[in-house]
Design a protein. Structure first.
Length: 164
């Protein structure tokens, strides 16, 4: 028996199999299914989790892969610039950069003052090529999930929400 205060949100149904087994299915109303913010967060979470699964065999997570791709497209970028572009705080970025250096994926050169410039090593460049292939396949999966007549509007709408 449901608590009286929950009865307005829950309906119970008995299907043929359920009646025969004496079971019922609880169907709850999700009041957030028409809230764009909720749907955007759920879609992003689902797609990021999917992307993480495809990146796992490469030994990197989504944030790490993003850092490497950014450095690959911007050789000589500073750690501070990298953090700003990806909205990663310095205390969180520093250990990741050091792991990449220790793995032989990045090399540093001295910049102006105390700034260290970041570049991919050959091994890092090879890994970024694999990461970019995973990213491209993920983008194809995302576009395939969007109705064809809405695909051209997807990126402009997302940019409008992100950069108003």
């Amino acid at each position: 028996m449901l608590a009286p205060h929950l009865s307005q949100f829950v309906s119970c149904r008995l299907g043929k199999a359920g009646r025969a087994a004496g079971r019922f299915e609880v169907v709850m109303d999700n009041p957030f299914l028409n809230f764009p913010g909720y749907l955007l967060r759920r879609a992003a979470s689902a797609r990021l989790a999917q992307l993480a699964q495809y990146l796992e065999p490469l030994g990197v997570g989504v944030s790490e892969a993003s850092i490497l791709v950014l450095i690959g497209h911007n050789p000589g970028i500073s750690q501070a610039e990298c953090g700003r572009m990806l909205s990663i705080q310095r205390p969180n970025l520093n250990p990741v950069i050091h792991r990449f250096i220790n793995r032989g994926l990045l090399v540093t050169t001295k910049g102006v003052g105390r700034v260290q410039c970041l570049r991919l090593s050959e091994e890092g460049s090879a890994l970024v090529a694999q990461i970019e292939a995973v990213f491209a396949a993920q983008e194809e999966r995302i576009y395939a999930a969007v109705p064809e007549h809405l695909r051209d509007d997807l990126v402009p709408v997302l940019r409008a929400l992100w950069c108003p």
